[in-house]
Design a binder for this molecule. Sequence first.
Ligand code: ATP
Length: 226
Amino acid sequence: MKAQQFVVIGLGRFGASLALELMEKGYEVLGIDHNEERVEEMTDKLTHAVMADATDEGVMRSLGVRNLDCGIVAIGDNMERSILTAILLKELGVKMVVAKAISILHGRALEKLGVDRVIFPERDMGIRVAHQLVTPHLLDYIELSKDYKIVELTVPSCMDGKSLAEINTRAKYGCSIIALNREGGVIVAPTAHDYLYAGDIMVVIGSNESIDQFEEEAVNREEAEA
Ligand code: ATP
C-alpha cells in the first residue's frame, strides 16, 4: 500500500524540503520539530506543524503519530535523538519508518533497530555530483544493483541525426536505449528507426562497464570534434 500520510520529524533543511515536496505532491504531512522558529516557518505550508520533542512517547501518542503510514526521522546531528525517535516510531507501529543517517555507524544502528529505509543524503548527493562532474552528459542515474544501472544522458552533437540502428549501442557496447525524451514527448522503447537529436535525453540501461564505455566514447568523440 502506498503511503498517504506522513510525519516528518526534524524540520531542518533536509526534513523541510522533503515535507514540502510531499505536500506539493498532494500528501498529508505532519511536521514535528522542537525548535519553535522552524515550526513557525512551516505552519502555513504543511497540513500540521507541531512544536514537540519527538523522543517524548506521551506527546507522540497524543499527536496520533501511530495512525500515519510513514514516518521520516530527519534528525541527523544528534544520533541519540535520531535513534530514540526511530525506536519510538517503530514501537508505536508506524508502518514504514525512514531515517536519515550521518555516518555508516549511525546507519547500521538504524538498520539494526528495524528502520525500513536508511538514507545518507550528504553521502549520496556527494557521489551523485561527483558522477555528474566527471561525465558531462550525465543528468541522473539509478543503481539497479552493484553491476547494473540506468542513466539519463543528453545526446551529444556527434550523434545528432543518427538512427538507433547506426548508433547500435547493444552490439557495440552491450547497453540499450530504452527511452528518448525530447520537446515533442517521450518515446518509450524506441526502435532502430528512431533518430537521436542533439539535446534530447536518452535513457540507457546496461552494465556499469557497458554504459561507462558508451559514455566515454560519446564524450571523447564530442571532444575530438570540438
Ligand atoms: P539539516 O541538515 O536537515 O538542515 P540541521 O543541521 O539543522 O538539519 P539536525 O541536528 O540534523 O539539524 O536536526 C534537524 C532538525 O531536527 C532540527 O530542526 C532540530 O530542531 C530537530 N530536532 C532535533 N531533535 C529533535 C527532537 N528530539 N524532537 C523534535 N525535533 C528535533
